[in-house]
Design a protein around this ligand. Structure first.
Ligand SMILES: [Zn+2]
Length: 296
């Protein structure tokens, strides 16, 4: 069984025992939205049973925030009417390797599943910021959020004041920068603008506890930016970064030290390539929203 971390009449967050990975199920009058169903077989089965129990004649939409294997491993357990992801995720050149990671994970722990492992195939590709999708009276807006991975995206569900953020703004993880700190910072800078356009109070990260107030996720955003800027400064100036104090603030410092070290390696490369130059003309501006979707 999967642990239910949070529940209100429209939103249920299931949390895996592994990595505290969050799977969000949103029910509106018109649809059931399932975001990143994860992770162990019984946990995925519990999410599927719950979705089946509430779907009635609603459409079921699956959304993937990015292609990290733990977020997509539940894909084929669901009968989805539509699958949403970023275009970059759909075209991820590493998708065979990611699928291989899923097989390796299941074999490592002798895990058997009642459904096949596959890399998700999209029905709807988010190719730019502020793409909106409306289904009957439910309206969603999608934003590209590269930085953690190149193919990350967020979704805002309008009526619920809810942002499902993927692997950003976790309270148990500092930024894991697999793609680019430059893009990561731009994504964090974009967040208040996304908020101003869509107005959400609650934000659900990929791992850990949801932020239930604006102050909560704004504070997490500040913490994330502070970490990246402090790390950059220590690399650029050759001054020490107080790792012990920093990692000591987190509950899983042994494993997360490796993530911090990987961040240092990536940021050193960025520094050598001169990628951190501040360009005041390059502050992210959101394009006009494009509405898509069914209107019936
Ligand atoms: Zn993750």
């Amino acid at each position: 069984m999967s642990k239910i971390l949070f529940r209100d009449p429209n939103v249920t967050i299931f949390q895996s025992a592994l990595y505290q990975t969050n799977s969000t199920v949103v029910r509106t009058d018109d649809l059931v939205l399932v975001v990143d169903p994860a992770l162990l077989p019984d946990e995925v089965a519990a999410i599927r049973e719950y979705v089946e129990s509430i779907r009635e004649d609603r459409s079921v939409f699956l959304v993937f925030t990015h292609s990290d294997f733990d977020h997509i491993i539940g894909y084929k357990a669901f009968r989805a009417d539509k699958v949403f992801m970023s275009e970059t995720m759909a075209e991820n050149p590493k998708r065979i390797a990611i699928l291989e990671q899923m097989f390796e994970f299941d074999e490592q722990y002798y895990i058997k599943r009642s459904y096949p492992l596959e890399y998700p195939v999209p029905d709807f590709k988010v190719y730019r910021d502020a793409v909106q999708y409306r289904h009957l009276s439910t309206k969603m807006a999608f934003y590209l959020t590269p930085g953690h991975t190149a193919d990350s995206m967020m979704v805002v569900v309008w009526q619920l004041g809810l942002c499902i953020a993927g692997d950003y703004l976790s309270n148990i993880e500092f930024p894991f920068i697999y793609h680019s700190s430059v893009e990561y910072v731009k994504t964090l800078e974009k967040l208040p603008r996304i908020h101003d356009r869509n107005w959400f109070t609650r934000l659900i990260p990929g791992h850990g506890a949801p932020a239930l107030t604006i102050n909560d996720w704004l504070q997490r955003r500040t913490d994330s930016l502070a970490y990246i800027y402090a790390l950059r400064e220590s690399i650029a100036m050759g001054t020490p970064f107080d790792e012990e104090t920093f990692l000591g603030r987190y509950q899983f410092p042994r494993m997360q030290r490796k993530e911090h070290e990987a961040n240092i390696t990536l940021l050193r490369k960025e520094h050598e390539q001169g990628l951190w130059t501040w360009d005041p003309d390059n502050v992210p501006v959101l394009p006009e929203p494009i509405p898509f979707g069914e209107t019936t």
